[in-house]
Design a protein around this ligand. Structure first.
Ligand code: SIN
Length: 305
């Protein structure tokens, strides 16, 4: 399946379907399984400086065909303990991207140095979790802080740096420009969209934390619009995320400007076979449209405008 191989900022993936951060990526066994199931690469759960339990349950709510609302609260074992999980996934042959979150540029840089030691192929900076106090979009919606964080991480490591941006802003293009100017090698877009579910019986928010992040089919048009806008504003490659569950969804992201995509929520319904189904279907779509490489398809929609 050579036609499906893709490059993001100097790193080659066997196909463009990467396991998204947050769904299965908390253990090395889960990352390895996604690799065995055909993922082109795997992105870890976002890892912080210390062990963090996350919010109390309920943390996830299925919203029918729209997708999932989640507020896990960035649970993770902490960088020191997580290195062993990455080692396990790498031993099985997985191409691992390390996701990290921090509260400021200094914390991101320290984590980036530690994550680099684990042998990951790139870093994804979580500047976009929509509900964690002091982290994610609370800092990542400010272009000046995006600049500070990306610059500090670029000075700390040699690995390619992907900035994962929030759609919960009026101008994601400005965030992408700030990241690129600070040296980001790629942009991941998007993280979940801030949302709320209320139980009409108890009249209380369904998730223990209240607000959560919406993922799944409902956010695909939002993700596509963000990728389109970012492609118009920066030169670095884009990793598209949001509501991808079919080969057609992925193809739309590629022609909007993404060089790879991350798949998360759809795995809860599609199970083990999903990566294989996506790759086979995308191969057929590329052939149907006369693209002999995936790179030829990237941004194609902009050129037929
Ligand atoms: C979570 O752990 O609550 C989700 C992380 C994220 O949205 O980035």
């Amino acid at each position: 399946m050579d036609r499906l191989s893709t490059e993001v900022a100097g790193v080659r993936f066997r196909n463009p379907f990467l396991l998204a951060s947050g769904i299965w990526g908390e253990t090395g066994a889960a990352l390895a399984r996604a690799h065995r199931d055909g993922a082109g690469g795997v992105v870890t759960k976002s890892i912080g400086s210390a062990t963090r339990e996350g919010y109390p349950n309920p943390t996830v709510e299925q919203l029918g065909s729209w997708g999932l609302l989640n507020a896990m609260g960035l649970p993770n074992p902490g960088m020191e303990h997580y290195a062993a999980e990455i080692a396990l996934a790498r031993k099985e042959g997985a191409t691992v991207v390390g996701s990290i979150f921090g509260g400021d540029a200094k914390e991101f840089a320290t984590l980036a140095r530690a994550m680099e030691q684990t042998g990951v192929v790139a870093l994804e900076l979580n500047l976009s979790c929509p509900h964690a106090k002091g982290y994610g979009s609370e800092i990542g919606r400010d272009p000046a802080i995006v600049t500070e964080v990306v610059r500090a991480v670029k000075q700390a490591v040699r690995l390619p740096v992907w900035a994962k941006l929030t759609p919960n802003t009026h101008d994601i293009g400005a965030l992408a420009e700030a990241a690129e100017q600070a040296g980001a090698d790629a942009i991941s877009a998007i993280n979940t969209v801030r949302g709320l579910a209320i139980d009409p019986e108890t009249m209380r928010p369904v998730l223990a934390h209240g607000f959560g992040g919406l993922s799944g089919p409902a956010i695909k048009p939002i993700g596509l619009a963000c990728v389109w806008q970012i492609y118009d504003r920066v030169k670095v490659p884009i990793v598209g995320i949001g509501g991808i569950s079919t080969p057609e969804d992925a193809f739309e992201y590629l022609i909007a400007g993404a060089s790879a995509v991350e798949v998360g929520t759809a795995l809860s319904a599609g199970g083990d076979a999903l990566f294989g189904t996506l790759s086979a279907g995308l191969e057929r779509l590329l052939e149907h449209h006369g693209f002999s490489t995936l790179a030829e398809a990237v941004g194609a929609s902009h050129r037929v405008r």
